[in-house]
Design a protein around this ligand. Sequence first.
Ligand code: FAD
Ligand code: UDP
Length: 384
Amino acid sequence: MYDWLIVGAGFAGSVLAERLASQRNERILLIDRRNHIGGNAYDHYNEDGLLIHQYGPHIFHTNSKQIFDYLSRFTEWRFYEHRVLAEVDGTLVPIPINLDTVNKLYGLKLTSEELQEWFSQRAERVPEIKTSEDVVVSAVGRELYEKFFRGYTRKQWGLDPSELDKSVTSRVPTRTNQDDRYFGDEFQFMPKHGYTSMFKRMLDHPNIHIMTQTDYDDVKNIIPHRRIIYTGPIDEYFGFRFGKLPYRSLRFRHVTLDQPWHQPVAVVNYPQTNDYTRITEYKYLTGQVHARTALTYEYPSAQGDPYYPIPKAENQELFKKYERLALTTPDVWFVGRLATYRYYNMDQIVGQALATFRRINETLPAETDTTTARLMPSSAALAS
Ligand code: FAD
Ligand code: UDP
């Protein structure tokens, strides 16, 4: 008899399991169809003893002290500021585009002030910034857009930046100084012993029962539960009744090289060449000392596990139909990147889950009565 069936053991499901168990003393069954906890943030030691991220590089960054403090209960941290280079016209230059990027690429010696002028001479006037193309051409002009963004975005999303919402390329700023950090957030750290270790501590509670390799469909009619938190794809939950919501997938190629280092920074992006978007070298992220080095190549694909909701007006319209359906059905709370169809980072998902917990706490008395259990949810509420 469970108070909550939580579907998905990623950040959304795990944070809620931890809160509901520790703060409301409720009994949780946390399931995941994969054979591990941690969702897309799952990391593990590969056969060569190198700590790798199974689903591509995950770098923690946030401006929220509340979120950072919450996670700090379950992990120590390793200070790490992420740096990325892009291979453009045969050379490696910093991305986000900054003063050094332009000076190196064009053999110039501009100052920050001169670079501002250089950008404004090239920037295109866009009356209303709507698309991912608009964002970049209005900041740095068409040439740098083509070199750094057009090819990468087409590869990553299978769409031209002009077809994608502005929020996608807005994730990457433009700088006129020499700051070459990928993120500008106040807190930038990696969990000292890895993400999976952090998840294990988060879920280490007598009220939390975990079942991996367990699909929601296989247990929903068998295991008694009162309420559901669902963190999988929302269209799947509703049997795709309005049609499939598009999610972008990736294929990861993990390799170990018999040499200590491969590239000068953790991630190198390939906006102009290759069929992969980027190569990650984990030792930069983890600080691990090892004679060998582990890399992951990312190949975008339309088929496969859903990793990215695709920010585009028509997809948002379709999502809204599912969202409306969710809102008319209490007792199921939809949380997380797939269930709320939002291109959110880990910290945003933690924030969303903590906010959901607060809402649950405000609206539902803690369960003590065991007579109202049911097998099938009749209704859902959307938590976003
Ligand atoms: P998920 O981690 O996807 O967890 C959902 C879980 O639900 C999955 O484990 C899935 O197996 C399970 N599930 C789904 N349906 C069912 C079902 N029917 N039955 C049972 N189980 C089910 N964020 C950052 O902050 N920094 C980064 O550097 C970063 N890099 C990223 C790189 C890549 C390649 C990707 C794809 C994402 C990256 N993210 C990054 C985003 C981060 O992965 C997400 O914000 C976060 O993992 C979302 O957590 P979640 O719990 O919502 O979803
Ligand atoms: N992007 C790009 N070139 C780059 C880096 C990013 O065109 O060198 C665009 C691309 O559309 C990408 C988006 O900016 O999907 C967001 O980049 P981010 O690094 O945040 O992607 P994520 O790590 O989420 O895959």
